[in-house]
Design a protein around this ligand. Sequence first.
Ligand code: ACO
Length: 322
Amino acid sequence: MVASKICAAGYYVPEHTVSNDQLSEYVETSDEWIYSRTGIRYRHMSGGENTSQLAAKAAKRILEAAGADPLSVELIIVATISGDYATPSTACLVQAEIGAKNAVAFDLGAACSGFVFALSVADKYIRSGLFQNALVIGAEVMTKTLDFQDRSTCVLFGDGAGGVFLRRGNTGGVLAEDLGSDGMSAQSLLVRHSPVNNLCTQQSCKQPFLCMDGKAIFQFAVRETPKSISRLMDKTTLTYDEIRWIIPHQANSRIIDGIARKLHLPADKFYCNMYDYGNTSSASIPIALGQLWEQGALTEGVRVIIAGFGAGLTWGSLLLEF
Ligand code: ACO
């Protein structure tokens, strides 16, 4: 069987951390409010590094872990909604920074599902035989999209990057997938690009910042993610006991509790790190993979489900085997 073997994972986050208590010095909020509603206590914030710089630092760590020469990289996909520029793509900037001059590089935007979508795309390129390997990264400087006077959004997000390196092989990789989109609910979460974008009717959308109907996103995530994971499992003969972790997008611990309850699975089956990182959008799942890789937990044969949900609306689940 031709497969996209996952050879390494890695991540990078900016050094500077901001606690809930520190945030409450700038905006009317409290550690108690944020932590009890989201499970978030800290987030990393870029002090000037842009998205491509976080992505390139993660990329260097991933390639080193994979023992891969940058000149051998054939494909780079960066999932992001906070790229340095509209064009050039963040992936092209990463290509230049790491010296991967033989690669094809492009960005993919599917918000917090972006890494899941990007990994699915890279898997198809590799399995088709077009490319022998791929570097897939999720990277965001979400804090540059935030209005720090809007307490309902600015307390939720953080910055970071993570990713994986895939090589064409015979085992493991993406065993099953389920992807979906609902553009009819697009106005639930917007990051404005230009003044002609009139999709959103919320007052806060008059500003060039991320704006979100938090309750609608919450309900969507708890409704659609368990369905997506169930459909994914229906495509395999595996049981949940044969899956080591489910790694959902790290938006909110209450969303993850809701997903666990609907799937009748114990909470400790779900990997959670939003306590330290907040919601890093497309970077959240690969940061988790990078952490598990560094801990030596993603050994040959280990299976995990990654499950993204976010703006678009978009959602997607992949069953991965290392
Ligand atoms: N501190 C203190 N009070 C606050 C804060 C804050 N930071 N933010 C809002 N409040 C207030 C509100 O003003 C409101 O006050 P009111 O009742 O007097 O009007 C009250 O707290 C309750 O607000 P709710 O919106 O009802 O709070 P809720 O329990 O729904 O939690 C939250 C809000 C955390 C945003 C939740 O809805 C959520 O997590 N939604 C999902 C968001 C998400 O996951 N988004 C990311 C998707 S990822 C992507 O694609 C980029």
